[in-house]
Unconditional design. Structure first.
Length: 320
């Protein structure tokens, strides 16, 4: 449970529509699943983020940092503590010369589009990657021989105690799907990208080519997640969606696994005898042997059971 004093302090500087209690996370994830979060906060600036994280640290509450909610599976029981989600209030984008400065909540495709409109090249690979710019830095997102490591120049973060930090390119420790923020737990609030001038038509053609290649490999007719996150096989009944000269990949393996699961589910299991039944006193080799005669089961009744039955019969006979 969230302390009432924490709620009152947060509501003093956060608008009511950006502070929610028991908010279903299925409304904030691309897979549309997830139970309620105890407290969900949408900061609108670096100062608000600084105050929120300082209060969370003061009250010793569990903290979860969330970006666009893509590539995230939330359990039905929800998330305990405070969830800080960087969304539209933190999605401002501006450019200064050859630099693009974006809030952590800005979608990566929007940042790529803003760079193309400013005739800046270097971010074309990100046009189809789902998620926010903060999440892209967090995991060093990349595609088509490009990655955030090549364009990220400065990152501003807020640590768990509410202090602001600024990191240069050499301090980010960006590797394959890794950054230093996966280790220190700091929240990314602003990213500054360094790009190069280019021809707008060539940039647009490159982005269109990447989009066409992605859509041809990942046909997502029934979309639940952003494009590029969910890889869906074509419908086997629709021959137009199959690659020419190829069968549906993994079809035979899937059938074999289904057969194995069916055999394991429906295999015959020997029932265990009741501890008090006569069969439980027999050796393991004789428990499931067929009866040798029609009166075999009657012969296996213990004598004490027979005596008890006789006593009960005599008792009922005398009462009558």
């Amino acid at each position: 449970m969230i302390d009432k004093s924490f709620v009152q302090k947060c509501q003093a500087f956060i608008e009511p529509n950006r502070f929610r209690l028991d908010e279903p996370m299925k409304l904030h994830t691309t897979f549309k699943i997830g139970g309620p979060a105890d407290c969900l906060i949408f900061p609108a600036s670096m100062e608000e983020t600084e105050k929120v994280l300082a209060l969370v640290n003061e009250y010793k509450l569990p903290l979860t940092i969330l970006g666009n909610g893509s590539n995230v599976l939330v359990q039905d029981k929800g998330i305990r503590g405070v969830v800080v989600k960087f969304a539209r209030p933190m999605a401002k984008i501006r450019h200064e010369g050859t630099r693009i400065i974006a809030g952590a909540g800005a979608l990566l495709k929007d940042v790529s589009e803003a760079a193309a409109q400013s005739s800046l090249t270097g971010l074309e690979f990100a046009c189809g990657i789902p998620g926010s710019i903060g999440g892209a830095i967090f995991m060093n997102a990349g595609a088509y021989d490009g990655e955030m490591k090549n364009v990220a120049d400065t990152v501003r973060t807020v640590d768990r105690e509410g202090r602001i930090h600024t990191y240069s390119r050499d301090e980010l420790d960006l590797g394959y799907r890794h950054s230093r923020f996966q280790d220190n737990g700091e929240a990314i609030v602003e990213v500054e990208l360094c790009l190069e001038p280019g021809d707008s038509s060539a940039i647009r053609a490159k982005m269109d080519d990447f989009t066409q290649r992605r859509e041809s490999k990942q046909p997502l007719q029934h979309l639940q997640a952003p494009q590029g996150l969910l890889r869906r096989h074509p419908d086997p009944g629709d021959r137009s969606q199959r690659p020419p000269g190829r069968r549906r990949p993994g079809l035979h393996q899937a059938r074999r696994l289904r057969r194995q699961r069916h055999r394991q589910r429906h295999r015959r299991r020997r029932p265990r005898p009741h501890p008090r039944s006569p069969a439980a006193r027999l050796p393991e080799t004789r428990r499931h042997a067929p009866p040798r005669s029609p009166h075999h089961r009657r012969c296996m009744i213990p004598e004490n059971r027979i005596e008890q039955g006789n006593k009960q019969y005599k008792k009922t006979a005398t009462t009558k």
